[in-house]
Each structure stands twice: as structure tokens, then as C-alpha cells.
Write a protein that binds this ligand. Structure first.
Ligand code: PNS
Length: 162
């Protein structure tokens, strides 16, 4: 049987413990998991794509079947090019569901052969978002336990060396 590859797409600006928890779960479920950073992002990002790739590579270096990549354009086109069978997305709360449902249905309309799989992070990470991490850090709050130490260090460099 052929290996099943899944894509975990997102902006990862920056990666949190919630993302890492989902990456671990996804890597146990699929033969290969590609964490794919969207490059043509509409949101204003704090970290460059290169910085996000570096942080993700560092944070996932112990995971043999996980790789990190970037993509632009439509997710389904990228997934087709990678011959992916699934797209992984995280759902933390009901509030995530509406946006995610719209995306899964749209992606399915564009490419019916690729399934979206929703994973839920450990309860301890259910409240973490990259947006809140950045906001807390920029206002001097502690992000310990929300992001890996390597991201905390990058945040320090980025925010305080301006
Ligand atoms: O982490 P995010 O920002 O919630 O991730 C959103 C992402 C990257 C998954 C989504 O914006 C996306 O897939 N963008 C690529 C463009 C695309 O395919 N748009 C149509 C989606 S229905």
C-alpha cells in the first residue's frame, strides 16, 4: 500500500505548543506529515517566512516523519502537487468550527479526493493562539508554557531588538 501523506497548513506566526501537539498527533496518524507555511499571507506577520521555517524545523527535528515546507496559492493545488491524501487542521473550540467548516467544504468542492481531518489539541493547549502569544509578549507578559523556549527566545530578539 502507498504511504499516506498529510499536509498541516497554516501561518504559524509563531509556532505554539498547541501546533506542536497537533504535529505530534498528526505524525502518529499519517506516514508523513508536511507542515506547510502559507507565504502569500494576508495577515501582517511578525516573523518572516524564513524565520518561521527555521523555528518549525528546530521544533520538529526529533520527528522523523515530519517535514517543513512553504506554499503559495491555493492549498488544494499544493496538496495535489505533493500527492497528499489529507489536510490536517486543528479545532480548539466551537468558535474555530465555523471558519474551518467553510474551508473544508470549499476545499472539498475544489478537490473532492483530499480529506480534511480535524484534530483537537490536549486540553492544556486549547486556549493558545499565535495571535494571543504575540499580544501577551508585546505587552510584557509571560508566554512560558505557551510556546517552546526557542520561540520565546526569537520573540525576545524580535520584539526587544527593534
Ligand atoms: O493558520 P491559519 O492562518 O488559520 O491558516 C489558514 C490557511 C493557510 C490554512 C488558509 O488560509 C489557506 O489554506 N490559504 C491558502 C489559500 C487557499 O487555499 N484558500 C482557500 C481556502 S478554502
Amino acid at each position: 500500500m502507498s504511504e499516506v501523506l498529510a499536509i498541516y497548513p497554516g501561518s504559524f506566526d509563531p509556532i505554539t505548543h498547541g501546533h506542536l501537539d497537533l504535529i505530534e498527533r498528526g505524525s502518529r496518524l499519517f506516514d508523513h506529515l508536511v507542515v506547510a507555511i502559507l507565504t502569500n499571507i494576508e495577515k501582517q506577520a511578525l516573523f518572516t517566512v524564513e524565520e518561521r521555517v527555521e523555528m518549525l524545523r528546530e521544533a520538529t527535528q526529533g520527528m522523523a516523519n515530519v517535514s517543513v515546507d512553504t506554499f503559495s496559492g491555493l492549498l488544494v493545488d499544493y496538496a495535489r502537487r505533493k500527492k497528499a491524501r489529507a489536510i490536517v487542521r486543528g479545532i480548539r473550540a466551537f468558535s474555530d468550527y465555523e471558519y474551518e467548516l467553510q474551508m473544508v467544504l470549499m476545499n472539498r468542492q475544489l478537490e473532492p479526493n483530499i480529506e480534511t481531518v480535524f484534530l483537537t489539541p490536549a486540553q492544556a493547549y486549547g486556549h493558545i493562539s499565535s495571535r494571543l502569544v504575540k499580544e501577551i509578549f508585546q505587552h510584557g507578559g509571560s508566554v512560558k508554557g505557551l510556546v517552546p523556549p526557542l520561540v520565546e527566545e526569537r520573540l525576545r530578539q524580535k520584539v526587544f531588538s527593534k
